[in-house]
Design a binder for this molecule. Structure first.
Ligand code: SAM
Length: 228
């Protein structure tokens, strides 16, 4: 998979994409990350990428030319072009699974007050990572990259994400490791029983219980799906 980031702050990606699983995915040749500073594609001598809004009002608006020019330079044939914005489609696990099957993804990261409306025409999707406003799209696109890349086959063991929260439709069951008892807190007996059927039932019950307590909204969908 090729992932391109159109950004005014390419250095922000250095730390995140060069660590841990995202770094290993690149080293294994599964994914390539490319940052493009669209300031380099501005059409004026001061490389200005933003301007005052027509009609007045607070804040600056990203101009269309630098973004369109930068897009002309990268191969976006069949790419999913994702425009980061708080008013976009909410990002979730299902969306991450869908995007993990793409060959090319382009993230367009806004800053300032927002985009000139015409920039929306080059996006295939507008995406939000939650109901809050960030100063720019970079952290949002890094969050999404992390969620997407770990789902690409070969990046981590498939088993480790099959049971993840949201993948099953429920929140994940509790995990324990050694020691058996720590500061008076004991590992549930069932996990030490060696009985795989009982362990599986316990995990399913715990997942269900946790989801009912914390996210009853998820449970409605889960029940509906499982009744069919
Ligand atoms: N005035 C805009 C609005 O109300 O929708 C917010 C602009 S925000 C300060 C600047 C940029 O940060 C946005 O253009 C977008 O790229 C990014 N951004 C902010 N919040 C985001 C979110 N929840 N999800 C994705 N991107 C976000």
């Amino acid at each position: 998979m090729n992932i391109h980031y159109l950004t005014l702050f390419p250095e922000m990606y250095d730390g995140v994409l060069n660590q841990s699983i995202l770094k290993r995915a690149r080293e294994k040749g599964i994914v390539n990350y490319h940052t493009v500073n669209f300031r380099d594609y501005a059409e004026n001598k001061h490389n200005q990428v933003d301007d005052y809004p027509y009609g007045g009002g607070a804040g600056m608006v990203l101009k269309p030319e630098p973004v369109y020019n930068a897009m002309d330079e990268i191969n976006t044939k069949n790419a999913r072009v994702l425009l980061m914005c708080p008013s976009g489609r909410p990002f979730d696990q299902k969306f991450a699974e869908e995007l993990s099957k793409e060959e090319t993804i382009v993230f367009i990261n806004g800053h300032y007050e927002g985009y000139d409306e015409r920039i929306r025409n080059i996006a295939t999707d507008e995406v939000s990572i939650g109901d809050y406003v960030l100063t720019g799209g970079e952290l949002a696109s890094m969050t999404m990259t992390d969620a997407i890349v770990r789902l690409i086959p070969g990046v981590i063991e498939e088993e480790s994400h099959l049971d993840d929260s949201f993948s099953t439709g429920l929140l994940e069951y509790p995990h324990y490791t050694r020691p058996r008892e720590y500061r008076g807190m004991k590992v549930p007996d069932v996990l030490l029983s060696g009985n795989h059927k009982l362990i599986e039932e316990w995990r399913q019950e715990e997942s269900y219980k946790k989801t009912r307590e914390r996210r009853p909204d998820l449970l409605e969908n889960f029940n509906e799906k499982n009744e069919k």
